[in-house]
Design a binder for this molecule. Structure first.
Ligand code: BGC
Length: 472
């Protein structure tokens, strides 16, 4: 069995291997797609101008944030105190049902508005008009700081009648129906932007925001002259955050498991990088590898359960959380792994078999971390070709936070790519930043509305009526 394990693991390892040269090739292709996306040409990277720049850290006041991007969504009220400080937020979490995620768009927005009503009632928020930052973690063609149309759904969302619509207008309409009149939606923010902005409120080196969770994406700080498709006015800083929507990058070498997963996905041909990197898919890739081993009679003998026999699966059969638990199993006989497999219907497993399962999870994780690092490397080189400055990447998401070895794999790949210059790149976990970041962007935008022309932050273009040309 041990020999068998070594040979099959090394074969699988080869199918998922990415050499340093491969990573460099990904970086090159990624930069070329970035350039095309920034110029408004055909590209798998949408490179969306966000109408915001980093905050100054001086923003102040009470703001509401609404954070929608997964099956949970949150409403927060946050006090920004200036000097990079915030008070403890008041938070309510809600769970979306299938009918919200995959039904009619109006059901989704009505539900959100109903939750907002509950939030305002619970905390008796009724006195003044409140500014709200709406974190909406999907590809949106932003047309102003507080408006933008949904390009396509990702992850497992498919609510009808929303693609092509202004999501802020849909939210405001739903608010009106529920009598939520006090809330003024003053910013629409991707979660990567929220994460970056929340970190940058305290750390001036922060110029990248990354999500490695159910989905994956990154935003970074670009010079306006570099955004060749930008047709809006200039900003004081001459910079703007750009949402890359890197999950859709499609110049990756795919193996048979990736091809199979994509072919059976809801959004075939799209979100190719996301399908190799994010939590929605990592477990499923590992499962597909295990299914093959079971089929070849190399794993679980007669014991293989449905979970490991079904060709077409989905994110819920062998969830990425299981892979995380297995990768964190430190017991000699991999007892926790045995328990997970038993819960999935494989009642009896040998230690060797559990090791195979763990090794497969590690192979899939390592490739994901290396791809994410190559993409990150490309973004850093775009900002600073010689990596002469310090860069902080604020990273949020369950894969980065909870998958043992993921952060270490990323750090190792950074050193592999950039040698000693990698020490200028800080990867930092920025938990739950997206809501706080949305509140900060709302503060910036609200400030601008009040002062009309140039507001204190001076680094966001806010609602200046600019309409960029985005072809992709
Ligand atoms: C979406 C991005 C989002 C990312 C992380 C992707 O599926 O397209 O907009 O930032 O998930 O939530």
């Amino acid at each position: 069995m041990k020999k068998l394990r070594n040979s099959s693991i090394s074969r699988i390892g080869k199918e998922f291997a990415l050499s340093t040269a491969d990573l460099r090739r990904i970086m090159r292709e990624f930069r070329s797609e970035m350039a095309k996306g920034l110029a408004g040409g055909k590209s798998s990277l949408k490179m969306i101008p966000t109408y915001v720049d980093k905050p100054t850290g001086r923003e102040k006041g009470d703001f509401i944030a609404l954070d929608l991007g997964g099956t949970n969504f949150r409403i927060l009220e946050i006090a920004l105190k200036g000097g990079g400080r915030t008070g403890d937020p008041r938070i309510m979490k809600f769970v979306l049902q299938k009918r919200h995620v995959n039904g009619q768009g109006s059901e989704l927005f009505d539900f959100i508005a109903g939750c907002m009503r509950k939030f305002l009632d619970k905390y008796r928020i009724s006195d003044d008009k409140l500014d709200l930052g709406f974190t909406f973690s999907f590809p949106v063609n932003q047309t102003a700081v507080a408006s933008g149309t949904l390009v396509c759904w990702t992850k497992d969302f498919s609510a009808k009648g929303v693609v092509g619509q202004d999501v802020v207008a849909l939210l405001v309409r739903a608010f009106r129906k529920k009598g939520v009149d006090l809330v003024n939606v003053s910013a629409l923010v991707n979660d990567t932007v929220g994460t970056l902005v929340a970190k940058a409120y305290q750390d001036t080196d922060c110029d990248i925001g990354i999500i490695l969770g159910t989905g994956t994406n990154a935003c970074y700080r670009e010079s306006l002259s570099g955004i060749r498709k930008w047709r809006g006015p200039s900003t004081k800083s001459g910079k703007m955050l750009v949402n890359t929507e890197w999950g859709n990058f499609n110049k990756l070498k795919l193996n048979r498991y990736d091809t199979f997963l994509d072919a059976h996905s809801e959004n075939k041909g799209y979100q190719i990088l996301e399908k190799a990197v994010s939590g929605m898919y990592l477990g499923e890739i590992a499962r597909l590898v295990l299914v093959n081993l079971v089929k070849d009679g190399m794993l679980f003998g007669e014991m293989g359960s449905k979970v490991f026999k079904k060709a077409v699966g989905g994110a819920k059969l062998f969830r990425s959380e299981y892979a995380s638990e297995i990768l964190g199993d430190r017991s000699a006989g991999l007892a926790a792994t045995g328990r997970i497999l038993a819960s999935l219907g494989v009642r009896k497993t040998s230690t060797e078999e559990r090791r195979v399962v763990r090794d497969v999870c590690a192979i899939v994780r390592r490739r994901a971390a290396r791809i994410a690092t190559a993409a990150l490397g490309a973004v850093i080189l775009e900002m600073d070709g010689r990596i002469a400055r310090r860069h902080t990447a604020a990273i949020d998401g369950s894969v980065y936070e909870k998958m043992p070895g993921f952060a270490a794999d990323m750090r190792a790949a950074l050193v592999e790519l950039f040698g000693s210059r990698a020490s200028r790149i800080k990867l930092t976990l920025a938990k739950d930043g997206s809501g706080k970041g949305a509140a900060i962007v709302a503060a910036v935008a609200a400030g601008e509305n009040r002062d009309s022309a140039h507001f204190s932050c001076g680094e966001s273009v806010g609602k200046m009526g600019a309409v960029p040309i985005i072809k992709s």
